[in-house]
Write a protein that binds this ligand. Sequence first.
Ligand SMILES: Nc1ncnc2c1ncn2[C@@H]1O[C@H](COP(=O)(O)OP(=O)(O)OP(=O)(O)O)[C@@H](O)[C@H]1O
Ligand SMILES: [Mg+2]
Length: 471
Amino acid sequence: MAALSNYFNLEEITTARKVSAAVINISGRQRMLSQRSAFFCMRLVGSVNAAERAKLRGNLLEAIALMAKSHRDLINTDSSNLLSPPSLTVKAMYFEGPLYLDKQVREYIDRIKALVQVPDAELSLENPDLQYIIAAAGDKLLAAFDAVVSQYQQESEIEQFEIDFKQVELYQESCAATSKAEAQAAEIDRALREIKETQAQLMHSEKMSSIGALMASIVHEINNPVSFIHGNLSHANIYTQDLLHLLRLYQEYNPNPCAEIKDIIEEIDLDFLVTDLPKVMSSMQMGAERIREIVKSMGSFSRTDNSKMTQCDLHDSIDSTILILQNRLNAKTDRPDIQIIKNYEKLPGVECYAGQINQVFMNLISNAIDALDETAQNRPNAQLKIYIRTEVAEGDRVRVRIADTGWGMTAEVKERMFEQFFTTKAIGKGTGLGLSIVYKILVENHRGTLRCESEPGKGTEFIIELPVQQT
Ligand SMILES: Nc1ncnc2c1ncn2[C@@H]1O[C@H](COP(=O)(O)OP(=O)(O)OP(=O)(O)O)[C@@H](O)[C@H]1O
Ligand SMILES: [Mg+2]
């Protein structure tokens, strides 16, 4: 109602209606009073009962007092009453020919006043005032009143029509303004949402690219010394073998060395050294190999170039992600290791933005670890496993399944998990962006699909499908 009154000027409408109704009502009453007083005049003259005559005189005085008052109200419009000034047409009807209604009303009232003064004994049907009253009430005065009432009615209808028309215009204007404002609000809302979305995504990809940049610089620094060690280890291995061979020959041709050599052989436990040295060499080689793999994984994870698609080995991408997250998989004071069980089928290279795909695995595996952490807190003996399976799917696509044995999701969480900023995690722990970004990367940027199967208490599985070729 409050809103509607902004569109319709309710006060104006109501006042206009009240004024019209009052004017029509008063002028109708004038007409009625003139008829009634004529009737009283006839009864006064016709009556033979003094008491009744006295009562009729009272009635008549009352009636003309009322007539005079309402007549004044109609033609003098001071601000104290509700009436508005009469229109020019009405004024003309009161003060100009042919009706001269003002004059007629005054004359009528004067004639009644005069008749009321006539003593009982002199009252007769021939009384000129009575003659005038009866004639006026039945003819000229009645016609003038009718004309004025109908003029008032007409004017009220016109005024009402104008007000209605104005209200319709106002309403149309306000409708137009409202729909414009609504459109603007929707536009602002959309722009705000877009900004928020972009900001959120920037934040996340900023995080990813700073991890990437940090790793790229570490990889760069480690790469040289590692290659140096790895490259020289094979030579060191050959040199060691040669030296051991030479040593054996010396022992063969010189089985009884001098005392000083004998002492040193004993001191360094030569037999043990000779059997252990090749083992030391090979474990150093294995270690160097492992460092090289780690560096290689870090190298492939640090690729954050989003400007062009490349052929990507998804297994590399998954492995390097696991490597980055290794620290989170290790046992903690309140839970054992989280086990990762991989089951890789041979996959073709997949055309994609490698940095973005790393981000997908990072978000999904992090969520699985979060779920397992939470599960371990509530069920100390729970299995803590993440299964990662890859396979070739029909239609030149590949499928990756990431399943955890965590506490799963309720129907409500499942319904809302892709919403931006939806999180069930503690403040500061989750931003609620991970899955919305995963969805955007897979579905919008790579024409892929993302499905989730989850049951409370049983765990969660995310199933990704990506086309091998984008075009
Ligand atoms: N593997 C899962 N098991 C159980 N619940 C999950 C799993 N993955 C996601 N969820 C639920 O979906 C919600 C949304 O996940 P999403 O990755 O979008 O945000 P987040 O992990 O809470 O925060 P962020 O990833 O931005 O740090 C999570 O808060 C969690 O409730
Ligand atoms: Mg997450």
